[in-house]
Design a binder for this molecule. Structure first.
Ligand code: ADP
Ligand code: ASP
Ligand code: MG
Length: 425
């Protein structure tokens, strides 16, 4: 029996009862003969509460201090979990991300892992312990400051450790039974997916299906680590995310034409109004944005009115970066040359994902038809080979997701999509 990495999300360890329940589950894996490394998130909505607290003392807290604060959440849960396991008569040791050898770059609040040197974790499990690692955090290579990996980053910690420790599998335990064809909080008739390819999961994750973080899926694909997403509240088999389809009976599970519908209401839209229609303008705008270390998502440029020679450029970005982007553009207003900026945070994005889109030209038309039948107006469109996304009003998102889910025949006959915990925050 090899080594397994298990990751428990905040909803699974929301209170003392949750921690004790998870501890039992971890001990079971150990009793079955596995070496067990556990990655744990902060309890319940602790991270959000810490963010609220920071905002009350400072509107734009310094990245270094913000990260120092947020990593406290995971330190609480890792220590409590180790105590609960010891109470069941098994040896456990907790480690911060830094102690576990999670080395990152120095971009605070969304650092990238650049190396994992898990010597202490290896020694700890070889001595017979269950090793508990605080998720979502690392230490920067150059300055040795504490960093965080971005919201939901414990998923990435788990996969990165699984790769570095050559684990058999990385199990992600959460508050739903796996990856569904849509968010079970929005679509009661969403279906559980038995197997999904890294590619389709990557598109779902980057389109807002927060059940897995896209960086974690990227990492798993690069190192070919199979992920098993499942509930910590039930004993059911979950969803396998891997390069090759899993076997069911003596048959391989088939790749679905459409994997699912994702939605995201965490983005905002900035429109740069009155941009001169000449070479170099888009470059100047997006250089300003990238120099501020902001990732953008969709872009559209409108056709310029011939009489004015001016055009508008709109793009979407995480709401959390909205202020920073506006400030950076305003500062460069003269260099870039534009009239004004418009900021809209009442938008939402709906995406349809599936490898079958490549060979099925009707998908796009059916998607737009479903949206128009539901009376949903489309503001922006973007596509990849296996995804089509639209931006709409935020208020329309849930209705649009349900309409598209039904139109593509994804609704299940039963209400199998159970949400066991969490506040969905
Ligand atoms: P954790 O605290 O365990 O990390 P998250 O809240 O980050 O849990 O992720 C689990 C949540 O992801 C679910 O409760 C669900 O609302 C949401 N979700 C969004 N899209 C999907 C999907 N396609 N399948 C399953 N869950 C999804
Ligand atoms: N606690 C962090 C967050 O809420 C990391 C995680 O849960 O994965 O984003
Ligand atoms: Mg998560």
């Amino acid at each position: 029996m090899g080594l397994v990495v298990q990751k428990y999300g905040g909803s699974s360890v929301a209170d003392a009862e949750g921690i004790k329940r998870v501890a039992k589950r971890i001990v079971e894996a150990k009793k079955n003969g596995h070496q067990v490394v556990v990655v744990v998130s902060a309890m319940g909505d602790t991270t959000d509460e810490l963010i609220d607290l920071a905002e009350q003392v400072s509107p734009m807290p310094a990245g270094r201090e913000f990260d120092m604060l947020l990593t406290a959440g995971e330190r609480i849960s890792m220590a409590l979990l180790a105590m609960a396991i010891k109470n069941l008569g098994h040896e456990a040791q907790s480690f911060t991300g830094s102690q576990a050898g999670v080395i990152t770059d120095s971009v605070h609040n969304k650092a990238r892992i650049i190396d994992v040197t898990p010597g202490r974790i290896r020694d700890s499990v070889d001595e017979g312990n269950i090793a508990i690692v605080a998720g979502f955090q690392g230490v920067s290579q150059d300055k040795k400051d504490i960093t965080t990996l971005g919201r939901g980053g414990s998923d990435t910690t788990a996969v990165a450790l699984a790769a570095a420790l050559d684990a058999e599998v990385c199990e992600i335990y959460t508050d739903v039974d796996g990856v569904f064809t849509a968010d079970p909080r929005v679509v009661k008739k969403a279906k559980k997916i038995d197997w999904i390819s890294f590619e389709d999961m990557l598109e779902l994750a980057s389109s807002g299906s927060k059940v897995l973080l896209h960086r974690c899926v990227e990492y798993a694909r690069r190192y070919n680590i199979p992920i098993h997403v499942r509930s910590s509240f039930s004993g059911l088999q979950g969803t396998w995310v891997s390069s090759e389809p899993i076997e069911q009976g003596d048959k391989k599970v088939e790749q679905a034409i459409i994997s699912g519908v994702a939605h995201d209401t965490s983005e905002a839209k900035i429109t740069v109004v009155g941009v001169p229609d000449k070479p170099g303008e888009a470059a100047a705008i997006f250089r300003t944005i990238s120099d501020a270390e902001i990732n953008i998502d969709m872009i559209v440029q409108n056709v310029s009115a011939a009489s004015t020679g001016l055009t508008d450029i709109s793009f979407t970005l995480p709401k959390a970066e909205g202020r920073k982007a506006i400030d950076a553009l305003e500062k460069n207003k003269h260099g870039i040359g534009f009239d004004s900026l418009r900021y809209d945070d009442q938008i939402g994005k709906i995406s349809l994902v599936g490898a079958g889109m490549k060979t099925n030209p009707g998908v796009t038309a059916d998607f737009f038809t479903a949206l128009s039948d539901a009376g949903v107006n489309i503001e922006l469109i973007s596509t990849s080979e296996i995804r089509i996304s639209v931006v709409t009003r935020a208020d329309d998102v849930n209705e649009a997701v349900r309409a598209v889910h039904t139109a593509f025949g994804l609704d299940s006959d039963s209400d199998e999509a159970v949400v066991y915990g969490g506040t969905g925050r």
